[in-house]
Design a protein around this ligand. Structure first.
Ligand SMILES: Nc1ncnc2c1ncn2[C@@H]1O[C@H](COP(=O)(O)OP(=O)(O)O)[C@@H](O)[C@H]1O
Ligand SMILES: Cc1ncsc1CCOP(=O)(O)O
Ligand SMILES: [Mg+2]
Length: 303
């Protein structure tokens, strides 16, 4: 870790264009501290496998959680939530109508939300739901490389000579490297920004070295722990915590801050655990204990 003397907790209103080096690190530290001080609510419509880890991770990061699957309940809760999270990991038949309606209402009401396009490319129902988000898109998409490549193709964002091809539909695990998804992620971030009420969006691609982009700036975030692939819900809970950060900061800063928090916390968890069970418990403890200075001092490589 480098020295932390750059940390200035006063709010910086600098735009991302003016952000580099220490200015970005200040915003990251600010986001980590703001979540802990403001305990923002990020509401989730998420899968049944990992719902408990998502809520616990949001609490451990300093936010609060509320899970719901009913459109009118979600639209009402969005009025008191700082941001929202939709994860399409496990689908039920009614989701095909409910999720497009929720995305439309969030868009109409100017609400921010994070999408985790789990298993994008698998199944007609999931494809129909994800395609419906093209016109009313999230503020941030967070997924593994294969999911970002599949969603980019589904939304038809590439020109004919710039198509990114994935290896095959990937289930919930990635079968592509993060680097294979760079152009898809950049295109997608520009699409999100174009449709976002604030004109800002971001895409986070997770893997051994995470990548975050707003379509103009692209950052690689190394580190973390390979043990993250040995528990279910590392990606889903990162999506939930990204929504928690989105409640207090702009999309690019939120996506970078959440990914860095996860990388630092998972490194600590690996040291303190003895296998997947204790790793998951240690990860929650580390999300709680890692300092804003540790997160902000992380290695950040701008492309
Ligand atoms: N090989 C790895 N080394 C370090 N961290 C990893 C590795 N694979 C995944 N991660 C981390 O695990 C978390 C979830 O990412 P990932 O496994 O790509 O998502 P998903 O579970 O959605 O496929 C992220 O914080 C990511 O940085
Ligand atoms: C195993 C599984 N099946 C449907 S959703 C899901 C959880 C995926 O979690 P993550 O993408 O965070 O590993
Ligand atoms: Mg996932």
């Amino acid at each position: 870790m480098s020295d932390n003397s750059y940390i200035d907790t006063s709010y910086s209103s600098a735009s991302i264009d003016a952000l580099c080096g220490d200015a970005l690190r200040e915003r990251i530290a600010q986001a980590v501290n703001d979540v802990r001080e403001q305990t923002p609510l990020a509401q989730s419509f998420t899968n049944f496998v990992t719902i408990n880890l998502v809520a616990n991770a949001q609490l451990a990061a300093g936010g609060t959680a509320a899970m719901s699957f009913l459109p009118d309940d979600i639209i009402d809760t969005a009025e008191i939530a700082g941001s929202n999270y939709i994860n399409v990991g496990t689908l039920l038949p009614f989701y095909k109508e409910a999720l497009p309606q929720i995305a439309y209402e969030l868009h109409k009401n100017g609400k921010t939300w994070v999408l985790d396009p789990v298993a994008a490319g698998i199944g007609k129902t999931r494809t129909a739901i994800l395609e419906s988000f093209r016109m009313y898109p999230p503020t941030i998409v967070r997924g593994n490389a294969s999911e970002i490549i599949a969603l980019d193709a589904m939304w038809g964002l590439a020109t004919s000579d710039s198509v990114t091809s994935g290896t095959r539909p990937a289930g919930v695990e990635a079968v592509d490297e993060v680097d294979a998804a760079i152009e898809a992620a950049q295109r997608m971030a520009r699409h999100l920004a174009k449709h976002s009420p604030s004109g800002k969006g971001a895409v986070a691609v997770s893997g051994a070295v995470d990548l975050v982009t707003d379509g103009e700036h692209t950052f690689r975030l190394p580190g973390g722990s390979a043990m993250m692939t040995k528990i279910t819900g590392a990606g889903c809970s990162l999506g939930g915590v990204t929504a928690t950060y989105l409640a207090v900061s702009e999309p690019l800063v939120a996506a970078i801050s959440a990914s860095l928090l996860y990388n630092r916390a998972s490194e600590i968890a690996e040291q303190e655990s003895n296998g997947p069970g204790s790793f998951q418990v240690a990860l929650l403890d580390a999300l709680w204990n890692v300092t804003a200075e540790q997160v902000a001092a992380s290695e950040i490589i701008e492309d």
